[in-house]
Structure formats: structure tokens, C-alpha cells
Ligand binder design. Structure first.
Ligand code: ASP
Length: 572
């Protein structure tokens, strides 16, 4: 089989041992060649008995023609160690062979290239201009852990940008109005959750723009991409939901609206006695949701028991705030199987939780404090149960082409510190939810900066699609005094770390206009549009879960002499 250069088509080569002259030579040559050798072939196209199938290893086979070979010139050798059969699986150290033999992977990369071209075309038409910003930046406590680049000047280092955030804001003070950039960003993060240490954002910033205008531009861009690349029409306006509503109803700040079982606060409906049985917490909130798992209570019971027994279920049993309360609707039982919830509950079941035969009702207690972070325990349990029920065929999987976009707004400006993100390193006990440049949402929230910053809402919006955060942005603080106040008095950052931001404060102080922006995670967006779970399927050379590139072998050890150039030494 001779593949064409793009590997889309192939044609059968024929030659026989009866050939004479140069063709006899060609025949010998052809027999000795390994498949996948690059060749120059000359011959005559002939009609053939049509082949039964018009595909061969995913390529289009020319069914009614063949090439009678007269001359073959191999253009390279191929190592005998490489064996490529139809089912050969290549490891990351042979990424080139993964790509060469996997048409879908290559198509993902073509798709990505077309999507970039399309986005640039659209943004260009709408008056956005692409600007490049430096990759060698400086270390600042913007929020994520940075990669440092030591220099030959003793003690001095650059940092790779975690995003072009500060430069794009500086552009806003420089008279640029509509900036965008396909920007490579670097974050030295925990690589769980399919993250890459370097990734691409479509980064945008508009001077004189409001949150609504940025959201509107992004909706138009996404509609354009969906229309041209997927031939699908998206709705004219994307729904919006506040952070509070998303967390309360879905237990997540990136709700997948295709799963409709909402969470409800049922604290009012439960007796103190029952609450005492499901949690050691004083004055807790009890939330619940209902999923119709099956129409047979026995099946539902078996499903939940096996889920809680599995490694996925175990963390929920170890919750210090109490285990989940599991109830199964059963019309053959007294009070329809919900008796243990108490007479009052059964008589006045909240409408949304009315339970049918075989339905699963799950309760969970949590402390009575404002919701914070990205998800709640019950929100995670809800998704884990959906996933398990889908895997067992009890629930239909959601339609991957059912695109449910939603904007999440009104995030809290600050989030209590956690162990994973360095935040801004201040001593306030909390860090900026988005980044420290995000403006308070309203004048009331500016007042709260003085009174109780934990209650202040941010002019911050995230765009979420089917449970995946595609990007986020905000209106920015454009007043230097407010920005410095946030660093010093709210986040309580050390004076020397505030000085790391002096460039930004000076630039804001030069009459910087109001501005707002956003960044879309381009790898994630491409993965979603291609129906892929992992961003590795849409990146030519992705890094592994340990941040390694198996093909080139990075990161690699460097010798002491090289460290010495940077006045560095490895401590044993
Ligand atoms: N710089 C932000 C980020 O990387 C996006 C933005 O606020 O525009 O998440």
C-alpha cells in the first residue's frame, strides 16, 4: 500500500517477479522495503478488480485503480527496531509515532490550527489586535507557583509568566484598547486534574469595557467558532448564574447543567433528633438531592452499597462532618421507605425532592458558614454517583453535543487559604479568588473591603461548559490607591512583596482607563470541541502527569558547571 503524503488516501502497488529490466529491480526493492519507508515511486496506473472495502487502516483506498511499479527509490532507512503493526501502542517517548499512526490525533491538531486561524479572523474583524508580551517576566505573587529562570547576574532571576495579566493591564494604560494574544502561560502546579505546566490561553483585555461587554464578545467568538468549526448554532445569550446559586444548587462553581438533580437545603424540614444522628456538627446545614437511579429499589440499594464500598465512595464515609444519609424510595414500605426521615418530613416533603419508587435521596450535613472554594462534599458525591450510575448503564450518559454554557458571576473576592495555591502570601488568612487585580463588584463591595472583606463580591466571571471551566476574567482595579490598599490592608502582604508590584501601581497611577478582560483556556476549549477528555489529545507535545516530556526527556539533569554559571549549587 502506498500512502499519500497526508495519509488520507492509499493505492495498492503491484509488481511481479516476472518483471524484466528496471522493473525487476523495482520488484526486488519493493519486497525489501519496510512499511512506512518514505519512497519515490514511478509506475503506471491501471484498472483493477474493485476492492471490497474503500478504506484501509483509516485511509481512503482507491478501489478501482492500482499502480504497476516500474521504479522505486527509498528516500530514507527505517530502523529495524521500529515495528509498526495496526495495533501497536506507542509510549510518550515515541510521540512522533503516536502522531504518525493516529489519524485522529493529527486531525485534532489540524482542528486546533483551524480554530486559531478562525478566532484571529473573527477578533480582527471585531477590532481586536494581537500583541506579544514577554516570556521572561519577573517574580510577583499573582497567585500561582511560578517557574524561575536564573540569570548569570548573581541572585537575579526572571519568572515565566503565569499569565500575561500584568502586561496586558500595562497595555491598557499605554493607549491600547482591544488586546488579544494566544499566550503561553506557565504554572508550577500540582498536575492532577489534567493540567499542564505550560498551556495556551486566548487572552483578551479591553480598555473602557465593562464585564457585560467582555462577556458579550466572548459569546460572539464562541458562537462563531461553533458555527464554522462544528457547523452548530449556539444560543444568542448564554445563561448566567451567581456563584452562590451554583454552589448551593449544584455543589460546584462549574455546574454541568445536563445533570438536573439540584441540591436543596432541607435543614428546616428535619427534626433535631434526626440531624443529631447524621452529623456531630452543632447547628449544621443539611442539603439533599434526589437521582432517579432505577425503578426498582433493590437495584438502587445494590448500586449505592457497591459505590460506597468502592475506592470512589470511601472518602464520603470518612467525612468528619458525618456520612451521607442514604434513603431509597420504596412504595412497598411504610411511609414509602422514607420513614427514618420522620413523619413531618414525609408529610411535607419539599416538592423538588418528592421521591418515587427506586429513587435515591442523599442527605449531607455541612457547617453553617458561607460557601467557599470550588465545590462542596455533596456536590462531588452527586457527580461521583452520576458517573458510577452511567458506567453501570443505570443512567443514560449525557449528550456530548448538548452544549450547556453558563456564566458564573458574583464570586467572593477572597477565598480562605488552602494548602495547594500559594496565593499572594499575605497574612490575612485568605487570598484573591481570581487574582489580586480583580475589582470589587459594586460600591457596596468596596465598603466591605473595610468592614468585612470575606463578604465582598468580585466583578469576576467564569465561562463554564458542561461542567468544565473554559475560562475566567474580571473587571480590574484601575486605581492605584485601591490596588495598594488591597495588597497592604486587605491581603496583608509584606511590604517587599508589594514592591514587586510597584511597576503596576505606577502604571495605574498614570491615568490608566477602566478596563476588563478574560482568558480562555485554549487547550481545554479544543479538547471539549473535539469531544476529548484530556488536553493531551489536542497538544502536539504534552507533558505527562509528572511534568515530563518523554520524547525529548525533559526536564533533564544539568551538570554542576552549568549551575555554576548561575551562581547556584545543588545541595546533596
Ligand atoms: N489572567 C487571568 C487568568 O489567567 C485571566 C484574566 O483575568 O483575564 O486566569
Amino acid at each position: 500500500m502506498l500512502r499519500n503524503k497526508s495519509q488520507h488516501n492509499c493505492i495498492q502497488l503491484v509488481s511481479t517477479s516476472n518483471n524484466e529490466g528496471p522493473a525487476a529491480e523495482a520488484h526486488k526493492q519493493l519486497r525489501s522495503l519496510k512499511e512506512w519507508t518514505p519512497v519515490f515511486v514511478r509506475g503506471k496506473i491501471k484498472n483493477r478488480e474493485p476492492a471490497k472495502s474503500d478504506t484501509h487502516q483509516g485511509m481512503h483506498l482507491i478501489v478501482d485503480k492500482e499502480l504497476a511499479v516500474e521504479y522505486v527509490l527509498p528516500l530514507n532507512d527505517m530502523s529495524d527496531e521500529i515495528i509498526i503493526k495496526g495495533d501497536t501502542v506507542f509510549g510518550p517517548e515515541q510521540r512522533h509515532l503516536q502522531l504518525r499512526t493516529n489519524r485522529e490525533l493529527r486531525d485534532n491538531l489540524y482542528f486546533r490550527s483551524r480554530a486559531v486561524t478562525r478566532a484571529k479572523l473573527f477578533l480582527g474583524h471585531e477590532g481586536w489586535r494581537e500583541y506579544e508580551t514577554p516570556i521572561l517576566f519577573k517574580s510577583t505573587p499573582e497567585g500561582a507557583r511560578e517557574f524561575l529562570v536564573p540569570t548569570r547576574q548573581k541572585g537575579l532571576a526572571y519568572a515565566l509568566p503565569q499569565s500575561p495579566q500584568q502586561y496586558k493591564q500595562i497595555l491598557m494604560a499605554s493607549g491600547v484598547t482591544n488586546y488579544f494574544q494566544f499566550a503561553r502561560c506557565f504554572r508550577d502546579e500540582d498536575l492532577r486534574a489534567d493540567r499542564q505546566p505550560e498551556f495556551t490561553q486566548l487572552d483578551m483585555e479591553g480598555a473602557w469595557k465593562s464585564e457585560d461587554e467582555i462577556m458579550d464578545h466572548v459569546e460572539r467568538l464562541l458562537r462563531n467558532l461553533w458555527y464554522h468549526l462544528l457547523k452548530q448554532e449556539l444560543p444568542l445569550d448564554f445563561p448566567r448564574m451567581t456563584y452562590q446559586e451554583a454552589m448551593a444548587s449544584y455543589g460546584s462553581d462549574k455546574p454541568d447543567l445536563r445533570f438536573d438533580a439540584k441540591i436543596h437545603d432541607i435543614t428546616q424540614h428535619l427534626s433535631a433528633d434526626l440531624v443529631g444522628k447524621i452529623t456531630p456538627l452543632q447547628d449544621p446545614i443539611v442539603d439533599a438531592f434526589k437521582i432517579p437511579i432505577s425503578s426498582d429499589p433493590k437495584t438502587t440499594r445494590k448500586f449505592v452499597a457497591s459505590f460506597l464500598d468502592s475506592p470512589e465512595g470511601k472518602p464520603y464515609l470518612d467525612n468528619p462532618n458525618g456520612q451521607p444519609g442514604i434513603f431509597i424510595g420504596d412504595l412497598s414500605q411504610p411511609m414509602e421507605g422514607l420513614g427514618p426521615l420522620g413523619y413531618d418530613y414525609v408529610m411535607n416533603t419539599p416538592d423538588a425532592l418528592a421521591t418515587d419508587h427506586g429513587d435515591l435521596l442523599v442527605l449531607q450535613a455541612r457547617p453553617n458558614v458561607p460557601l467557599s472554594g470550588g465545590s462542596t462534599v455533596l456536590g462531588n458525591l452527586r457527580l461521583a454517583l452520576y458517573k458510577a450510575a452511567i458506567a453501570q448503564g443505570l443512567i443514560e450518559p449525557p449528550d456530548t453535543m448538548d452544549w450547556r454554557f453558563v456564566w458564573i458571576t458574583d464570586f467572593p473576592l477572597f477565598t480562605p487559604n488552602n494548602d495547594t495555591d500559594p496565593g499572594q502570601g499575605g497574612t490575612a488568612g485568605f487570598s484573591s479568588t481570581h487574582h489580586p487585580f480583580t475589582a470589587p463588584k459594586s460600591p457596596k463591595d468596596v465598603d466591605l473591603l473595610l468592614k468585612d472583606p470575606s463578604l465582598a463580591k468580585a466583578a469576576h466571571y467564569d465561562i463554564v461548559l458542561n461542567g468544565i471551566e473554559l475560562g475566567g476574567g474580571s473587571r480590574r482595579i484601575h486605581n492605584a490607591a485601591v490596588q495598594e490598599f488591597v495588597f497592604r490592608d486587605v491581603l496583608k502582604m509584606k511590604p517587599e512583596r508589594i514592591e514587586d508590584f510597584r511597576h503596576l501601581l505606577d502604571v495605574l497611577n498614570s491615568g490608566c482607563p477602566p478596563h476588563a478582560g478574560i482568558a480562555l483556556g485554549w487547550d481545554r476549549l479544543m479538547a471539549v470541541m473535539r469531544g476529548k477528555e484530556s488536553v493531551r489529545d489536542v497538544i502536539a507535545f504534552p507533558k505527562s502527569g509528572r511534568g515530563e516530556d518523554g520524547l525529548v526527556g525533559s526536564p533533564n539533569r544539568v551538570i554542576q558547571e552549568q549551575w555554576g554559571t548561575y551562581h547556584l549549587e545543588i545541595k546533596e
